[in-house]
Design a binder for this molecule. Structure first.
Ligand SMILES: [Zn+2]
Length: 101
């Protein structure tokens, strides 16, 4: 199962286990930043007009710690890959048959 930007995911392990979020980006293969999850505090120095201090930032999470959630019925990990007529792949929820592009 693959995960990509804007997918809804649930966290399977770690301090945010069980929480849900939206994938913001994939900074490297198999690592994903998920909105408001796996936050870390970072100290930032004041630079020009930017005010320094402690900021919170998402840290990447490995694919194995995430599970895709259906945006329609909210069921996690019940998907199959389906090939479309034009040869492209799509993910289909096994529970509600929603197509997740
Ligand atoms: Zn569904």
């Amino acid at each position: 199962m693959w995960i990509k930007k804007k997918d809804k995911v649930i966290v399977l392990a770690g301090k945010d286990k069980g929480k849900r979020g939206e994938v913001l980006s994939a900074p490297k293969p198999d690592f994903f930043l998920v909105s408001k999850l796996n936050m870390v505090k970072k100290h930032q120095k004041t630079r020009g007009t930017e005010v320094g201090g402690i900021i919170q930032k998402e840290m990447g999470m490995h694919r194995s710690k995430l599970m895709l959630v259906c945006p329609q019925c909210e069921a996690p990990n019940r998907f199959k890959i389906q090939f479309l007529e034009d040869g492209s792949k799509t993910r289909v929820c096994l529970k509600c048959s929603a197509r997740i592009d």
